[in-house]
Ligand binder design. Structure first.
Ligand code: MRU
Length: 367
């Protein structure tokens, strides 16, 4: 996708050179950082230099490759996977990418492992983009249907939460891919962008949309219910960090409140879910490990000061305790549909198995 008219991915590689857009500085500064080691990759994931479920999976795959370039033993492979798995607990894409790496590389002789790991990381990055591209095509049909639905003579109004755009995936995005596709197809679409405190990923979404000329409006997290109540939202599309096999969806904190408001007002609530976000081993959303992040993310708000420099200001007095759960679970019954790379389905086990029949044989136990 584009930055000032030039095409980029959020993580770019050329041979062994891996560079990532520093998302801690966006949208205020465009800065690239090079990942040179396992430690660099682990740190970039943990401190959210790279973020978004699919992209942290890609970064983890690169972390494995960089580790094996230094030492390619079985022990080094296991240690790299353990280090990367411990960086962030909620997005299952991270575990998925590490499982892929372990499965593919364990059988490769150590002398060839580094090169195999490098090729695998590049392939996972490309596959992620291909999945997003497909989700964009399937999801754009939902936006197009909304455009044909009521002849209101106004743009289709989409509400999204957090950033599930190209910054979160490499290219296209999950929840934003349908928006980009619809916009490219000439459908009149406007996006309500939730700010998404405390990390304000909505500012990343607004920046992406602005770079592509997609009409949008940045709103505080509390505005969505009001807008839905006044018929100013036609559909919600959000991403997911972990989708259970019965269709519960874990996404950025605040997603659940939007789903509740959407249900109260009859607004369709769609979730863009690439297959690596599906945890086939997990039935119930209550079992998803919810990341608890540093309280300073709540105590302080970052931005740019009057002199243009990055700064942060305290918003709560020092004596008050804070809590910072980073994700919440939206139960399947509040989800209108899941948009996967293979098509759109109900947020149910039957719906998912309909699209991924090869998974049926792995399933067992109570639903
Ligand atoms: O904490 P983050 O910014 O990594 O959380 C990101 C989200 O919650 C996204 O909505 C999710 O990863 C889907 S991204 C395609």
């Amino acid at each position: 996708m584009k930055i000032d008219g030039a095409w980029h991915r959020a993580l770019e590689s050329d041979g062994w050179t891996v560079r990532v857009l520093d998302q801690r500085r966006l949208p205020h500064e465009v800065a690239w950082l090079e990942l040179r080691s396992l430690a660099d990759a682990a740190h970039a994931i943990r401190d959210m230099t790279v973020r978004g479920a699919p992209l942290i999976g890609v970064a983890a795959a690169w972390g494995v490759a960089l580790a094996l370039r230094d030492e390619a033993s079985d022990a080094a492979l296991a240690a790299a996977c353990a280090t990367l798995a411990a960086t962030r607990p909620t997005a299952v894409n991270l575990r998925w990418a590490l499982d892929e790496a372990r499965a593919a590389l364990a059988a490769v002789p150590p002398a060839d492992r580094a090169e195999a790991a490098r090729a695998l990381a590049a392939r996972i990055a490309d596959d992620e983009v291909a999945r997003c591209d497909a989700i964009g095509r399937h999801g754009a049909a939902l936006i197009e249907a909304a455009a044909h639905g009521a002849a209101r003579g106004r743009a289709v109004q989409v509400l999204t939460h957090c950033n599930a755009g190209w910054l979160a995936t490499g290219d296209w995005g999950t929840a934003l891919a349908p928006v980009f596709r619809a916009h490219e197809a000439g459908i009149d679409v406007h996006v309500w962008v939730d700010e998404t405190r405390p990390r304000s990923q909505g500012a990343l979404t607004a920046w992406e949309l602005a770079q592509h000329g997609v009409p949008h409006t940045f709103i505080v997290d509390n505005a969505g219910g009001h807008l839905m109540q006044h018929d100013r939202v036609d559909l919600c599309i959000v991403g997911t960090d972990r989708t259970t096999r019965r269709g519960d969806v874990c996404n950025k904190i605040g997603t659940y409140l939007k789903a509740l408001a959407a249900r109260a007002h009859g607004v369709p609530f769609h979730v863009a879910a690439p297959s690596p976000s599906i945890d086939w081993d997990m039935v119930h959303g209550k079992d998803v490990p919810i990341e608890e992040r540093d309280g300073d993310e709540v105590r302080f708000v970052p931005g740019t000061a009057a002199d243009g420099r990055l700064a942060r200001v305290r918003v709560v007095a020092g004596a008050s305790p804070v809590a910072n759960p980073a994700f919440d679970v939206t139960p399947a019954h509040l989800v209108t549909s899941l948009i996967t790379e293979r098509g759109v389905c109900a947020a149910t086990e039957a719906g998912l198995i309909g699209l991924f029949p090869e998974r049926a044989r792995h399933l067992g136990g109570a639903a």
